[in-house]
Design a binder for this molecule. Structure first.
Ligand code: HEM
Length: 263
C-alpha cells in the first residue's frame, strides 16, 4: 500500500503521530515527498514483518521513529529503536525484521554522475530552431512516428494507435520538443513536463535502450521537414540536444520504475 503525502517541492509540515498507522499485517509505505534527486518515505511495519535481503540502487538513510526491530546490513545486525539512524550506501544488501510495530523514515538519494553540460553553441542553435519547430511541429512529429513505425514496427504495441490517428500524440510530442528547444538554457522550467511524460513512459514500459530509436527517427524527421534549413550544424546541435534530453528522461524514469518496485 502506498500513499503520497506531497509530490511537489513545496513546504509542508505534519506530525509522525498523525502519519504513523499500521496495516493489519505487513507494510504501509507513505511517500512524504519526492523530487528529482531524493525521496522521503515513511514505512510502518507491523510486528513480525520481515523484509527479505535486497539492495537499492540509491543511497538510503533509515531514521527510526518508534518501535523495535533488527536491520541486517552487510551481514551485521543493527538494533533498530527510536532515535537510531543508519546510513546504507547504494547496492549494499540489507534486510529488516520487526519485533514490535516499527516506523521509520527512509530517505533515498541519488547521486547522478556529473552531467556533460550542453555546449553554448548547441544551446544557441537549438533555441534558434524553436520558431520553425513550433510552425512545423506536428508535421515533424507525424513524420517521426511514420519513420519509426515503419523501421521499428515492434514499438507499435506500446502506443495507443487511436492517439496517432487523431493526431493527439504527435501534437503532444511536438509541444514537448518545442518546450525543450525554448527552455534548453533553463531546464528547471521543464521539471513538471518531464515528470508527467516520464510517468506516462513508465506506464507504457518505455526503456532506456529505446531512446536511440526515437532519437534516430526524430532527427531524420527534423531533416526531412526542415529540408535545406537542416544544415550539418543544426543537425549536430540537435543530436547533442536530444542525447541530453534522453538522459533527463532516462534518469527520471529510472526513479519512477524504482519507486514502483519499492512500493
Ligand atoms: C526525448 C524523447 C521523448 C520525448 C520528448 C517524448 C515525449 C512524449 C510525450 C509528450 C508523450 C505524451 C505524454 C502524455 O500523454 O502526457 C509521450 C508518450 C509516450 N511516449 Fe514518449 N517521448 C520520448 C521518448 C520516447 C521513447 C524512447 C519511447 C519508446 C518507444 C516513447 C514512447 C512513448 C509512449 C509509448 C507513449 C504513450 C503514447 C500513447 O499513449 O499512445 N517515448 N512521449
Amino acid at each position: 500500500m502506498n500513499n503520497v503525502i506531497s509530490t511537489f517541492n513545496k513546504s509542508f509540515t505534519g506530525t509522525f503521530q498523525e502519519l504513523i498507522e499500521y496495516p493489519t499485517n505487513g507494510i504501509l509505505n507513505k511517500v512524504l515527498l519526492q523530487d528529482n534527486n531524493s525521496q522521503y518515505n515513511l514505512f510502518c511495519l507491523t510486528a513480525g514483518t520481515e523484509i527479505k535481503e535486497h539492495t537499492s540502487t540509491r543511497n538510503a538513510l533509515i531514521t527510526v521513529m518508534e518501535g523495535e526491530g533488527n536491520l541486517t546490513l552487510e551481514g551485521k545486525d543493527i538494533a533498530l529503536a527510536p532515535g537510531v539512524f543508519v546510513f546504507m550506501p547504494a547496492n549494499v544488501p540489507h534486510a529488516v525484521q520487526t519485533k514490535e510495530n516499527l516506523a521509520f523514515v527512509l530517505t533515498l538519494s541519488q547521486h547522478f554522475p556529473a552531467k556533460k553540460a550542453i555546449s553554448q553553441k548547441t544551446i544557441d542553435i537549438v533555441k534558434s530552431t524553436a520558431p520553425v519547430l513550433k510552425k512545423y511541429g506536428k508535421q515533424t512529429t507525424t513524420r517521426m512516428y511514420e519513420i519509426m513505425f515503419n523501421k521499428y514496427p515492434e514499438v507499435k504495441a506500446q502506443f495507443d494507435m487511436s492517439a496517432q490517428a487523431n493526431g493527439s500524440q504527435p501534437v503532444k510530442l511536438a509541444n514537448a520538443v518545442y518546450s525543450y528547444a525554448s527552455h534548453i538554457d533553463d531546464l528547471e522550467q521543464l521539471t513538471s513536463m518531464v515528470d508527467k511524460i516520464a510517468h506516462r513512459h513508465v506506464k507504457t514500459h518505455v526503456l532506456p535502450e529505446q531512446y536511440p530509436i526515437v532519437g534516430e527517427c526524430l532527427l531524420q524527421a527534423i531533416q526531412d521537414v526542415l529540408g535545406d534549413a537542416a544544415t550539418e550544424e543544426v543537425m549536430t546541435a540537435w543530436t547533442e540536444a536530444y542525447q541530453a534530453l534522453a538522459e533527463i528522461f532516462i534518469n527520471r524514469e529510472r526513479q519512477v520504475y524504482q519507486t514502483a518496485s519499492e512500493c
